[in-house]
Design a protein around this ligand. Structure first.
Ligand SMILES: *Cc1c(COP(=O)(O)O)cnc(C)c1O
Ligand SMILES: [Zn+2]
Length: 412
């Protein structure tokens, strides 16, 4: 893999050769960034060449990924990404914004953003000859891994909290993963999966811990660049709203922008706003305290995908905001439910974690952090079909009616 030059620790800055490590920094456990051969890439590729690709998936950015072509044409793994960036005018008007995009990653093969990471981790697993890939998940990362692994005929073991929404558990089982429902929260599932990976020599996809998850997730940053920045006519730098749990999505989008900047293909770094529920706000708390020290919380929120006590990618998630002139926003659960209903009126169905990013924008506008002329993109990370119970609680129940016109007229 020539374009994959080295790893660099996000804590101590030490670099490692690709063959030297698999997961985190041996010195301090810090998460590793993957450094590409930017000069080499620039010799062969240009924005014109990349954006001329006919590939309607995130594999259009294969030259910027640290994996070889995984093959598997004609499978769901090849249709990850390149999700639509809508411009809902009614929402823009309501928020008094001139330019607003809503990028719907619920449109991925397993209906969440996590397909980006899982497809690239599966590509990596095939390269290194891993027999079993294991992950802990609040649901979506597991569903994505299980789906991508099914497409690649790869064995997987998945640990989810036993309270995970049923739709997510159904996906895991239907995709044929070996599923274990952990009697505990997501953080317990992470601990158990690490012990199991170590004991049985399985390849771990765990978020943040595996350096390839960020590399998969960065493709959303590339798409935002191509769909909105490169092709659009932005009057001011873009601001991107991202929901944060472990902090790997926001770190991934930031990494995508950093790669493009390194290549000289992006002039102005977008501002990144991380959004967390008030009840699961470990990274936001550090941001407000002005420190890089992230302390665990006892997470409690309706947005299960971002319900995390101690984030596995907290430091990089914090820096995604601090290094781009962005910030953190916290949101209340009842506002998340309102956002599900509001997005629904535009024909967009979001799960609670995804909707949290939208209400984060509403909140930021209200607090004066966003001006009318600021172009904004909200990253919606998962489909509303993932958590039907939450969706039902966000809207008024439909009336039941006897099957006669007379009865219908009465309830109408
Ligand atoms: C995983 C997930 C998130 C949060 O991503 P992190 O990397 O954990 O911060 C947000 N929304 C959805 C739908 C997710 O599945
Ligand atoms: Zn280190």
């Amino acid at each position: 893999m020539e374009k994959f030059k080295s790893y660099r620790c996000s804590v101590c800055g030490k670099t490692y050769e690709p063959h030297e490590v698999t997961y985190t920094c041996p010195a301090d456990g810090g998460n590793l960034d993957i450094i590409l051969d930017y000069q080499g890439i620039n010799k062969e590729y240009s924005p014109e060449k990349i954006t001329a690709s006919g590939d309607q998936s995130h594999w259009r950015y294969l030259p910027l990924l640290p994996v070889d072509d995984p093959g598997l044409q004609g499978t769901p793994l090849r249709s990850v990404g390149w999700t639509p960036a809508y411009q809902p005018k009614a929402l823009a008007d309501e928020l008094k914004l001139e330019q607003l995009w809503v990028k719907d990653d619920g449109r991925n093969p397993t209906a969440s953003f996590k397909d980006r990471a899982s497809s690239v981790v599966i590509a990596r697993a095939r390269e290194i000859g891993a027999e079993v890939v294991v992950t802990a998940s609040s649901g979506n990362a597991g569903a994505a891994l299980a789906g991508m692994a099914a497409a690649a005929k790869q064995d997987t073991v998945i640990f989810v909290p036993k309270a995970a929404p049923q739709a997510k558990v159904a996906q895991l089982l239907v995709f044929g993963a070996r599923v274990f429902l952990v009697d505990g929260v997501y953080d317990d599932a992470v601990k158990l999966s690490m012990l199991a990976a170590e004991e049985f020599g399985w390849y771990s996809r765990n978020t943040g811990y595996n350096p390839f998850t960020v590399e998969g997730k960065k493709t959303a940053g590339f798409e935002i660049w191509e769909q909105v920045i490169y092709r659009g006519n932005l009057k001011k730098p873009l601001t991107v709203f991202v929901p944060v749990g472990d902090g790997n999505i926001v770190s991934g989008i930031h990494k995508g922008f950093k790669d493009l900047k390194e290549l000289g293909w992006l002039d102005q770094m977008p501002r990144i706003f991380g959004v967390q529920p008030e009840g699961s706000a470990s990274v936001a708390n550090a941001f407000f305290a002005g420190t890089e020290e992230i302390k665990p919380v006892a997470a409690k929120t309706i947005a299960d995908s971002v319900s995390v006590d101690m984030p596995n990618d907290g430091l990089r998630a914090l820096r995604a905001a601090t290094q781009t002139g962005g910030r953190y926003i916290t949101v209340a659960d009842d506002h998340i439910l309102k956002a599900i209903a509001r997005l629904g009126l535009e024909g967009i169905f979001a799960e609670p974690a995804a909707a949290s990013a939208y209400t984060g924008l509403e909140n930021a506008v209200e607090q004066g952090f966003i001006e009318p002329g600021d172009p904004v993109l909200v990253m919606l990370t998962g489909s509303g079909l993932k958590d039907v119970k939450a969706a039902i609680s966000a809207v008024k129940a439909a009336p039941i009616v006897k099957p006669t016109l007379e009865a219908f007229k009465k309830v109408l």
